[in-house]
Design a binder for this molecule. Sequence first.
Ligand code: MTE
Length: 330
Amino acid sequence: MIFRSAKASDPLASEITPHSVYLNRRQFMGQTAALALAAAASDASALVARDKPADMGPQWLREQIAAAKSAPAGDDAPAPYSSITNYNNFYEFGYDKDDPARYAGKMKADPWSVRIEGECEVKGTYALEDLLKGIDLEERIYRLRCVEAWSMVIPWIGFSLSDLIKRCKPLSSAKYVEFISLADKDQMPGVRSAFSTIDWPYREGLRMDEAMHPLTMLAVGLYGEVLPNQNGAPIRLVVPWKYGFKSAKSIVAIRFSEQMPKTTWSQIAPQEYGFYANVNPAVDHPRWSQASERRLPSGLFSPNRIDTRLFNGYDEVASLYSGMDVRRFY
Ligand code: MTE
């Protein structure tokens, strides 16, 4: 994985959208408002909607997202929309942080279908709309900690992966769940590049109990809107206590398996990236410390460096790993 230090183009701390402003906007959405209310809503949304393309995604998904339950107010202020959507890792579109925003726009995320395969009763290829039918979406504000030692707070819209897994009726032999991303040479410059070191498609996986944990989600939206392509449209995994590379984007297949799946980064550099990839300040990457992180937005004069927390602060997952040697199973 490429590691880069702060660039002049990194967003500044002063760009942070106050959490209260964002929550106000969510409360306003969907209300047939009196004039005063409408004016206030548009003021608030102007702060977060900068650079946000209008009318992204299909109508049915926009409606489902608009009905999502808002997240309760928390301590973490979400990063501005512009930071979340312009500083990305999506190597199918290139290795620079701004490549995904530059090149992913043309990816066709609608119509989209997902293959369900492997050790489960309900298999097949399903249109995303059918897959999401009857699923109540909700907003969740999660910290995302990248293995490169930067982090962001992101207001996702999505649902628990466990809701989908239950519908697939996994067999008792299903011990792991694998996630396979789109790899399309025609749409993705990184996939057709002769210099790419990745064996496409991008693959990730979770142990079944990790996949079923209520924190593990599939996201289809961001900041109350359809997920932009650079963030993994139309559907991506989010596992907030693991390094960001576990959260596979633009998923085209979900496979239940008995064996631990071979995942992209653990294949490329097994001494650097393990299958578990739990955020852990005590287990350094061989080439850099994981004790702290740069919380974005940050800048040269406001580095915004904070201590990294075990499991990214999501202590409720600790019991999944009790008795496990986390240094060996990193
Ligand atoms: N998924 C795919 N298909 N391709 C990728 O390159 N990068 C991963 C993960 N999911 C990646 C991916 C990494 S390294 C990180 S840190 C997160 O996506 C970044 O998500 P974000 O760009 O939405 O912040």
